[in-house]
Design a protein around this ligand. Structure first.
Ligand SMILES: [Fe+2]
Ligand SMILES: [Fe+2]
Length: 183
């Protein structure tokens, strides 16, 4: 597999998570109760898969590789994408705080969860769109086949070191169970 192709696949998985989160925000907004474990699973996906796995592959490997190839041309775009990753981290933390109290969510936490959940969705939808249509397209043109294949090999190491063997598959399974429930 090619490195950029791997990141595009991960965007598809993240998009499924965002669709579930959107549905959950709508239900919470309507006063429905959501199984607390499901909220924890969504948050875990944001922390472990989106941030520790996907964003780390981009930040440690794809972005520096592209900057080495064409310097200033991609730098502006990459700086913007990096700052969006930072904003995503802030929203993820805020979402985590709303569900940290255990079983039941009080009205203030519920309102914040819906608010930050929707901020997060809006941010990531446009972030993924920019990467898929601008940065990744550019990367596919500029990277040689060999560079792109090497990226994938390095991604595998990041995944193993950052989230551990088997964790990706475990998160993937949880995501699809949540999709069956909410989508
Ligand atoms: Fe990104
Ligand atoms: Fe991405």
């Amino acid at each position: 597999m090619m490195g950029v192709e791997n990141l595009r696949h991960e965007h598809n998985e993240i998009t499924i998570m965002l669709d579930i989160l959107e549905k959950v925000c709508g239900l919470l907004d309507a006063g429905e109760e959501i199984v607390h474990e499901h909220l924890e699973q969504l948050h875990d996906f944001m922390v472990v898969f989106v941030d520790q796995c996907h964003h780390t592959k981009e930040e440690k490997l794809l972005f520096p590789t592209l900057e080495n190839i064409d310097g200033a041309e991609s730098k502006k775009m990459i700086d913007m994408l990096l700052s969006e990753h930072e904003t995503g981290r802030k929203y993820t933390k805020a979402i985590g705080e709303t569900i940290s109290g255990g079983g039941k969510i009080d009205p203030q936490d519920r309102a914040n969860l819906v608010k930050y959940g929707r901020y997060y969705i809006k941010l990531l939808v446009q972030h993924i769109d920019k990467e898929n249509n601008i940065l990744f397209t550019m990367a596919e043109k500029k990277l040689s086949q060999e560079q792109n294949r090497k990226l994938f090999a390095e991604f595998e190491i990041v995944e193993e070191e950052n989230i551990g063997i088997g964790k990706h598959e475990q998160l993937h399974g949880i995501l699809h169970r949540l999709a069956d429930i909410y989508l």
